[in-house]
Write a protein that binds this ligand. Structure first.
Ligand code: NAD
Length: 380
């Protein structure tokens, strides 16, 4: 049962100003979670006087089997028929296929695309966003560069010169779409007022959001748990049972925490107990798309590739865990940390066919020794 939740006050956070003082929100991305995020936000911009009602949503244009453009269909039916069929987004959501046009009047940007597209999107937005723009990333994943791993919020901040918070949590989009109760965590750097504004924009009676001053910890939780979910899927595909899955989740959580703290010593232990931490790990290992496709991979004895299974099972939605495992593996090999993170390393080796799916439980003799690693890592 959803606990009764007090919504953030409408008038205390910001006084009712004239139209010029109101914030305008654009959602960059329109997949499964992007569409649900637009729905949550649109219900709040109508309710809260400090926001303009309209929410722009940038849509990567696609032609549907009917021959119609996805944006036209979203704007005429108020539904994202491809990525979130059957759910009304709110009449104040306007789909826009032109990225520059979609962001030009906004002063709050919500980034929610699969992570592999973000570098290209940021390049297109350089010099195109308003001064004082605030951003939030709902994206799980990282970019690996020569200098080291780069979290998506840092990529956004550095390329666009803007502050960027993150929102992560136990949030399987289809469940939030039908208004089942869940929680999420907003990670922020310094400005608590901005964090509160994001909390206000996302919170509803069925979506409870809490702020935490730990951007890297929150973002790494959201990113790394997808790799553990792939491992959980292998266990399910091999029908190893609940004890084994719980063990994999525990080992995965330990590696998530150790990796996050090696990379960013400022990451807080308490972050792993927020919705973005253990709760997201549990829901993703029980129900997410990474688990589901990894289960099919293991059932097929690793003979059908993840690319093939993704195309067949996800209808255009993207897997994040396999690419994150590859990126993580690059970081681990580059730093000589492979033996410290046997679960993460094994997930990549199974995904690429170097090891059979059964190898997921065959590495326990390697006892990670984090004291071997000197100092903290470099990152962008
Ligand atoms: N779906 C969930 O339950 C969920 C929950 C929490 C977080 N997330 C995260 O949210 C992010 C977005 O996921 P999603 O579920 O909204 O997307 P999705 O996987 O459902 O859809 C893929 C999206 O990518 C777009 N796309 C395809 N090619 C593109 C290109 N070349 N350039 C730009 N966009 C392109 C598609 O149009 C579509 O909007 C991911 O980082 C994901 O990990 C998802």
């Amino acid at each position: 049962m959803a606990p009764a939740q007090e919504l953030p006050p409408e008038t205390e956070a910001e006084p009712l100003g004239d139209a010029a003082d109101k914030s305008r929100v654009t959602v960059v991305g329109s997949g499964n979670w992007g569409s649900v995020a637009a729905k949550l936000i649109a219900s709040n911009t109508l309710r809260l006087p400090s926001f303009h009602d309209e929410v722009r949503m940038w849509v990567f244009e696609e032609i549907l089997p009917s021959g119609e453009k996805l944006t036209d269909v979203i704007n005429s039916t108020n539904e994202n028929v491809k990525y979130l069929p059957g759910i009304k987004l709110g009449n104040n959501v306007v789909a826009d296929p032109d990225l520059e046009n979609a962001v030009k009047d906004a002063n709050m940007l919500v980034f929610v695309t699969p992570h592999q597209f973000m570098e290209g999107i940021c390049k297109r937005l350089v010099g195109k966003v308003k001064e004082g723009m605030e951003a939030i990333s709902l994206i799980k994943g990282m970019e690996v560069k020569m200098e080291g791993p780069c979290m998506i919020s840092s990529l956004i901040s550095e390329q666009l010169g803007i502050n960027c918070c993150v929102l992560m949590g136990a949030n399987i989009a289809n469940e939030i779409a039908v208004e089942k109760f869940s929680e999420a965590t907003v990670g922020y750097r310094e400005n608590r007022d901005i964090a509160e504004k994001w909390v206000q924009l996302f919170s509803t009676s069925y979506f409870m959001v809490s702020p935490v001053q730990d951007v890297e910890g929150v973002e790494l939780c959201g990113t790394l748990k997808n790799v553990v979910a792939i491992a959980a899927g292998f266990v399910d595909g091999l029908e190893m049972g609940n004890n084994t899955k719980a063990a994999i989740m525990r080992i995965g959580l330990r590696e998530m925490k150790a990796f996050s703290k090696l990379l960013f010593p400022s990451v807080k232990d308490t972050t792993f107990f927020e919705s973005c931490g253990v709760a997201d790990l549990i829901t993703t290992c029980l129900g997410g798309r990474n688990r589901k496709v990894a289960e099919a991979f293991a059932k097929n004895g690793g003979k059908r590739s993840f690319d093939e299974l993704e195309a067949e099972m996800l209808q255009g939605q993207k897997l994040q865990g396999v690419s994150t495992a590859r990126e993580l593996y690059e970081v681990l090999s580059h730093r000589g940390w492979l033996e410290l993170f046997p679960l993460f390393a094994t997930v990549h080796e199974i995904s690429t066919g170097r090891l059979p799916p059964s190898a997921i439980v065959e590495y326990s003799e390697h006892k990670p020794n984090f004291s071997l690693v000197q100092g903290s890592a470099q990152y962008c």
